[in-house]
Design a protein around this ligand. Sequence first.
Ligand SMILES: *Cc1c(COP(=O)(O)O)cnc(C)c1O
Length: 222
Amino acid sequence: MTQDDSGARLQQVTAQIAAAAKTAGREPGSVTLVAVSKTQAADAIEPLLAAGQRVFGENRVQEAQAKWPDMRARWPDVELHLVGQLQSNKATDAVALFDAIHSVDRPSLVTALGAAMAKSGRRPRCFVQVNIGDEPQKGGCAVADLPALLATAREAGVPIAGLMAVPPAGVEAAPYFALLAKLARDQGLAELSMGMSDDLETAVMLGATYVRVGTALFGARG
Ligand SMILES: *Cc1c(COP(=O)(O)O)cnc(C)c1O
């Protein structure tokens, strides 16, 4: 992909976010675009960096460890977000590398993250991932278990900024986004990580503060 393509795609996604925010009576600046660069090589990512994008999402700790140190040395203000499932034995590495973790979903992981944060003094912004469609194969904490997991996080010294979800594929996402927004409101949490390439406008209209966008920025993953 050339730098021009990247710049144009970035502009288009940014305009989509701004239009949806305006429709909902929100400030466009209240939505952070996370460019999901999983599986993309540096030469696909660098044009987006050159176009001004600074917040990126990866779904695997090892892939991010291999890919990002060089680019971060050149663009020190990059912010890295983990958007994929995290194994507890990778908690230390994740806390060291990422500025935000969107996939906190079980007590054992909360405990591991709490220990890693206490030891390193780093406190990435954390989101609890909710299995909003109650799908057995999907990561995320069950809706019914959310209050208990938030209590565990408080005890473990893991600050939770908000909630994240990936709604079921192939159905209208709006009811799931609305439910996630209600859960966050009920729990007094300000941030909502929801919306991907196909449904980012709906997500912004329903209150997303972070949208996670891959395909619309990079094209289809190989
Ligand atoms: C891959 C991924 C995205 C980006 O999805 P696109 O449809 O390519 O925009 C967002 N969130 C998570 C958790 C992902 O794994």
